[in-house]
Design a binder for this molecule. Structure first.
Ligand SMILES: [Zn+2]
Length: 463
């Protein structure tokens, strides 16, 4: 087969290193500096929404006013209870012709503090946790942890908490058993190496001044929290406090080809969705909409998850204001469910399809379905949707690939795609491949992250 026939007939994986010139690779590196900063300010869903709002407002986005019809060029956002966000750049076409949606999730796996988290045992104070999303418990021991979150007070005020991120801040730890005593532990199956109930965070050792005996260490921790934030043990009950890795995101690899950091699932798609939207200097043809939602890691239930009606209601509201019918807007729209995919890893090759998995540094991943047991609970995107997105990507010269997310029946996950498809919106997953997914330190290739930005930009500019 000669080369022309090869390039005409075959769909081949291409390494970014083979197709991107030096200038474009440098553009990817520059782009990822902003992304690393974003990761370091946005570890929880509330922080991500806050940061996205700050970025949006500095680019002229304003809160959407109920009942006000959007005019081409309008830039509005709807903050859904501080934990989800819809941002819209109004396009030239009437809403009834549909909109372009890029949807990513702002929550990441972590350890939440229980409702009454603080206890004292063996001379130390601990925070008891309940994990959020799929985690391998053993990965959370022996690493520096930070405390992030929000406390809602009875008087209606709220407090943001963040301890462990500044240079001089203390950090927290979940202790593991020393190897010398771990013979029995190491014989247990991986899932039982560290029990989820044993993910307790050590908070301190010292007595509260003037106190001694039982409870003096716990009291001292409450004294410190009170001095810093004015809160009491009762206030912890109406709080959303989480423990997340304290280390910052940074360049990864001696060639600095990757970004390493916590919470890249799915901030690695959140950030490009935002930058793509912000890059629209003129009103797009179709109204461009970035939807950032919470709760994806726990099944999308709840007011701020995609299982909630808030997105549908928002579309209903903007449609009504424009004199359109919401079902028509939804039917004619196109959605990219911007979520991560699994990158092939040779040391676990037996878990992957050897011919069809996504690879790092080979572009954004277009994928139609998840689900095991015969594609259960998935949106198996239909061929026309795939073709429409393929065309957008190819016309814009985007480096892209497909993925399988593991061998048939091996994986157990899902994305936002099905929620949009259930609203009668053609929807397909397009996102960045990730290595070490759901671990405290995930890896993504800078070129893939940059390609996500370019892909979402091309999508928002579709004609
Ligand atoms: Zn995930």
């Amino acid at each position: 087969m000669d080369d022309t026939l090869k390039s005409k007939l075959l769909f081949q994986w291409k390494s970014a290193s083979a197709v991107m010139d030096e200038a474009e690779t440098e553009a990817a590196d520059t782009y990822c500096r902003g992304y690393i900063d974003f990761l370091n300010t946005a570890k929880t869903e509330r922080e991500t929404v806050r940061e996205a709002v700050t970025m949006a407002e500095s680019r002229g986005f304003v809160p959407w006013e109920h009942g006000k019809a959007l005019a081409p060029g309008d830039k509005v956002y709807l903050n859904q209870r501080g934990k989800a966000l819809i941002l819209c750049a109004a396009g030239k076409r009437p809403l009834g012709e549909g909109i372009s949606i890029a949807a990513a999730h702002v929550d990441s796996p972590r350890l939440d503090l229980k409702q009454r988290p603080l206890y004292e045992e063996a001379g130390a104070a601990f925070f008891d946790t309940h994990y959020y999303g799929m985690v391998k418990a053993y990965q959370w021991t022996g690493i520096p942890l930070a405390l992030h979150g929000y406390v809602a007070l009875k008087d209606g005020q709220g407090l943001n908490i963040c301890i462990g991120e500044e240079r001089g801040d203390p950090v927290l730890l979940i202790a593991d058993l020393l190897p010398h005593l771990a013979k029995k532990q190491m014989e247990r199956p991986g899932k039982e190496l560290v029990a989820a109930e044993d993910l307790d965070v050590i908070a301190g050792l010292r007595f509260c001044p003037g106190e001694d005996g039982d409870g003096a260490v716990k009291l001292n921790i409450l004294r410190i929290l009170h001095a810093q934030y004015g809160i009491t043990e009762g206030d912890l009950i109406s709080a959303e406090l989480s423990v997340v890795p304290a280390f910052p995101a940074r360049d990864l690899g001696l060639d600095r080809s990757m970004v390493g950091g916590y919470g890249q699932d799915d901030k690695v798609c959140v950030y490009p969705s935002l930058t793509a939207l912000f890059s629209l200097t003129e009103p797009p043809e179709y109204t461009a909409c970035a939807v950032l939602v919470d709760k994806e890691e726990t099944g999308s239930l709840g007011m701020t998850g995609m299982g909630s009606h808030f997105f549908e209601n928002f579309i209903g509201d903007i449609a009504e204001a424009a004199g359109e019918k919401a079902p028509r807007v939804l039917h004619n729209s196109l959605c990219i469910s911007a979520d991560v995919n699994t990158a092939f890893y040779h040391l676990y090759a037996e878990m992957f399809d050897p011919y069809a998995e996504a690879r790092l540094n080979h572009g954004v991943v277009l994928f139609r379905y998840w689900g095991k047991g015969g594609k259960d609970h998935t949106n198996d995107a239909q061929a026309e949707t795939v073709a429409a997105v393929r065309k957008i990507l190819d016309d814009a010269g985007i480096l892209w690939q497909t993925g399988e997310g593991g061998r048939v029946d091996a994986e157990d996950s899902g994305t936002l795609s099905k929620f949009f498809a259930n609203l009668d919106i053609p929807s397909i997953d397009l996102g960045v491949p990730i290595l070490s997914m759901h671990s405290p330190f995930e890896a993504a290739a800078k070129t893939d992250i940059y390609m996500a930005h370019r892909a979402f930009t091309a999508f928002f500019k579709r004609t």
